[in-house]
Design a protein around this ligand. Structure first.
Ligand SMILES: *Cc1c(COP(=O)(O)O)cnc(C)c1O
Length: 409
């Protein structure tokens, strides 16, 4: 086990494998692009000028470091463990996604690629990508399932305001999986000038590791901040999982310290046992291949990818990053699920106790904090990732609470 623990900060192997997960399952035509990206990323990693530009923009454009906040009233209310929130919801664009987008787009510019493509489900990654493209004056094309375009009108409008072209994808069910396929097709067709910006720790190698590295700024800051506040590391880290990027970002810098326990919270929707109306790929899915890597997926008995359901649109990725699949299998991290109902009540509790309107995604993480904190001693330190703000979710929440706040009637 010691050997395994030592390797958490090293992986994946040269083929992009995290144990039996990850890899690069892509067509022959894509392979040269992926290899070029890998080589260029390796070079950038060793280049100080890359990190100087990154640090400057994280500070002055994104607003980092985000605070590590002691949630005093919530801690007293739950009367157990001491609860800290990593406030990534205060970032520019309201979530952690921009940490990663910034890294990939700085890399794209170094590579001389000035046309950026992305796919988006709920629209958050599309908005972050459109934002950074506007900042650098790059062309931005976002693929989005036609069904999602209808459901996520405000984010579609934001992307268009920011100058992005949003292409509705009508194939399949018109959701995220279909948008991913079209984005990959675009990339193969426009090899020369195009960079594919992936929004979570998924896709073919090197994306899962690269996205994780860019998001790890979260965990690195937490290390420093909690050391200052408490003189030691947290006992437990908790984060919500869609594809798993905010969670990997928080977890990764701590993985080699076995005293820190690590918990990922999947979207349990209406319950993990009921007719797949959930998005819990680890708790309720099986291994398979999607989006260029091998991981746990929501699928039916014939291997068809299922859509899943969550009150939080940002958690409905049908898979989970391969590194999480590996951490799950090795037992280094634990994965649990939280239902829509539990997330909704944690959402309200957070508004009332802390004056923070959380996104529905981190409300899942918070709901698990609510479940375990009362059972833990007062000197147990929990750090949860408040990875997004809830402004985008107020209509969904109002609807779930049976209220109508739409001015359109
Ligand atoms: C996109 C998103 C998620 C899910 O993505 P991960 O890659 O799992 O982090 C979670 N929270 C917020 C606020 C998001 O925007």
């Amino acid at each position: 086990m010691d050997d395994l623990l030592n390797s958490y900060s090293v992986g994946p192997d040269e083929n992009g494998r995290f144990g039996k997960f990850g890899g690069r399952f892509v067509s022959e035509t894509l392979m040269p692009l992926i290899l070029e990206l890998e080589a260029q990323y390796k070079q950038a990693q060793k280049d100080d000028t890359f990190w100087v530009e990154m640090s400057d923009l994280l500070k002055n454009y994104v607003g980092r470091p985000s605070p590590l906040y002691y949630a005093e009233r919530l801690t007293k209310f739950l009367a157990g463990a001491k609860i800290y929130m990593k406030r990534d919801e205060l970032n520019h664009t309201g979530a952690h996604k921009i940490n990663n987008v910034l890294g990939q787009i700085i890399l794209a510019r170094r590579m001389g690629k000035f046309r950026i493509i992305a796919e988006t489900g709920a629209g958050q990654h599309g908005v972050a990508t459109a934002t950074v493209c506007a900042k650098f004056g790059l062309k931005c094309v976002v693929y989005m399932g036609s069904h999602d375009v209808e459901r996520q009108a405000p984010n579609v409008f934001r992307m268009r305001l920011l100058g992005a072209e949003v292409i509705p994808v009508k194939s399949g069910r018109g959701t995220l999986k279909d948008a991913m396929n079209d984005a990959l097709r675009d990339w193969v067709t426009n090899v020369r000038d195009t960079f594919y910006c992936i929004g979570t720790v998924a896709g073919p190698h090197p994306y899962p590791a690269m996205v994780r590295d860019f998001q790890s700024v979260i965990g690195r800051e937490v290390k420093e901040q909690i050391n200052k506040a408490e003189g030691r590391y947290p006992d437990t880290l908790i984060a919500a999982i869609g594809g798993g990027s905010n969670a990997m970002g928080l977890f990764f810098p701590f993985l080699d310290d076995p005293s820190v326990s690590v918990i990922g919270v999947e979207a349990g929707g209406k319950g993990v046992n009921e007719a797949m109306e959930h998005c819990a790929s680890l708790s309720g899915g099986r291994p398979g291949v999607l989006h260029g890597n091998r991981t746990y997926l929501l699928q039916d008995k014939d291997g068809q990818i299922l859509e899943g359901h969550s009150i939080s649109a940002g958690l409905d990725y049908p898979g989970i990053g391969p590194e999480h699949a590996w951490l799950h299998d090795t037992g280094r991290a634990k994965y649990v699920s939280i239902t829509d109902k539990q997330a909704l009540s944690a959402f309200q509790l957070c508004c009332q106790q802390e004056g923070i309107i959380p996104a529905l995604e981190p409300a899942h993480a918070l709901a698990y904090v609510v479940e375990i904190a009362p059972k833990l001693p007062k000197d147990h330190l929990i750090c949860m990732n408040m990875c997004g703000r809830g402004d985008k979710d107020i209509f969904t929440v109002a609807h779930a609470l049976g209220m109508d706040i739409s001015t359109a009637g």
